[in-house]
Design a protein around this ligand. Structure first.
Ligand SMILES: C[S@@+](CC[C@H](N)C(=O)[O-])C[C@H]1O[C@@H](n2cnc3c(N)ncnc32)[C@H](O)[C@@H]1O
Length: 321
């Protein structure tokens, strides 16, 4: 749901202002309705640019785009660079995972545009986002593209960077704390730990074609000495856990699923792999949820289970020496 402040800011895009509008409402997502306003804004920017160029100083300065990571949700996890970039923006395009607190940093005279995606529903296609970024940068605007977590971790930041650079637009990347790091820290889970996990692997559970079985990697990901972090993994969790166990990951491997991690709405499910899917279903977790699988999960001070076998416990003790 929009905060009243966000609604007000976005009302420039909406044909009618209503206090109950959400991102998924048809009016806020109908591109046809928004395009005339966007075109008007572009026109204003171009005219302003024309005037400035007559005045000499920086009128023909090309615009620039910053791809800015905002971290997993807690606004205190923003970097100083990200705060400075947001405060300097003329136009901010933002995703679903960007929190209201972060949007609150946008200048009152800057424009906010929601371009988020949820599974199966995209307010704008990736190509439209590319074109918007390009048009506004070409019109001389200082454009900030806000993305949850880190822009270059399952954020399609690389595609946007590629496209814009090919068009001659200067692109700056400002990293963010990816949800794996932010959530692991919140839960006290070391993603690697001497003697317990010697590597960590970030996977996506999302299927490009909307299928339920994109996890061809499960075969070689079933490594008990590695930590797996799965982004967008709720829909394919049953298939993933079954495959991991089939390929040798012990059924008592500790696992955690965290919905809206690092925010006040955070919900956590801890379980061993064998019962993990049932527990996650029972809790009715929804997106965004991050999944962490591996022995390191049991190092969390919140891990409620005690069924780690003696050899595992001994290994962990040794690792702490
Ligand atoms: C499109 S990916 C974006 C990842 C993002 N670029 C990052 O670095 O964290 C979206 C997925 O990230 C994970 N995610 C991001 N923020 C999260 C949060 N606060 N709590 C739980 N999961 C989160 C979820 O798995 C979600 O489905």
């Amino acid at each position: 749901m929009h905060s009243p402040e966000r609604l007000q800011r976005e009302s420039w895009l909406l044909p009618t202002t209503t206090t109950t509008t959400t991102h998924s409402s048809s009016s806020s997502n109908d591109i046809a309705l928004q395009l005339p306003e966007l075109k008007r804004l572009l026109q204003v920017l171009k005219e302003r640019r024309g005037r400035d160029s007559k005045g000499g100083s920086f009128g023909n300065r090309p615009g620039r785009v910053s791809l800015v990571g905002t971290g997993p949700g807690d606004p205190e996890l923003l970097t100083v660079k990200a705060i400075r970039a947001v405060e300097a923006a003329d136009l901010v395009l933002y995703d679903r995972l960007v929190s209201n607190e972060v949007l609150g940093l946008v200048r009152a005279d800057a424009r906010l545009l929601y371009v988020g995606k949820t599974a199966g529903y995209h307010s704008r296609t990736q190509e439209e986002i590319h074109e918007l970024l390009l048009s506004f940068a070409e019109a001389g605007a200082n454009v900030v593209r806000l993305k949850g977590g880190d822009p270059l971790v399952f954020g399609r930041g690389g595609e946007e960077m590629d496209f814009l650079q090919q068009q001659g637009i200067q692109v700056k990347i400002i990293p963010g704390i990816t949800s794996a790091s932010g959530i692991a820290a919140e839960l006290g889970i070391p993603l690697t730990h001497r003697g317990v996990a010697n590597s960590v692997r970030f996977l996506t559970g999302h299927s490009r074609n909307g299928g339920t079985d994109p996890l061809h990697v499960a075969e070689n990901a079933a490594d008990p000495d590695s930590t797996l972090v799965i982004y967008m993994g709720l829909a394919t969790l049953p298939s993933l856990t079954a495959k991991l166990m089939h390929h040798g990951l012990p059924p008592d491997t500790p696992a955690a699923a965290v919905e809206r991690g690092t925010t006040a709405q955070q919900r956590i499910v801890f379980a061993e792999l064998a019962s993990f899917v049932d527990e996650v279903k029972l809790a009715e977790l929804v997106s965004p949820t991050l999944i962490i699988i591996g022995k390191v999960v049991a190092l969390s001070p919140y891990w409620p289970h005690t069924s780690i076998d003696d050899s595992h416990a001994r290994k962990m003790e040794e690792a702490c020496l």
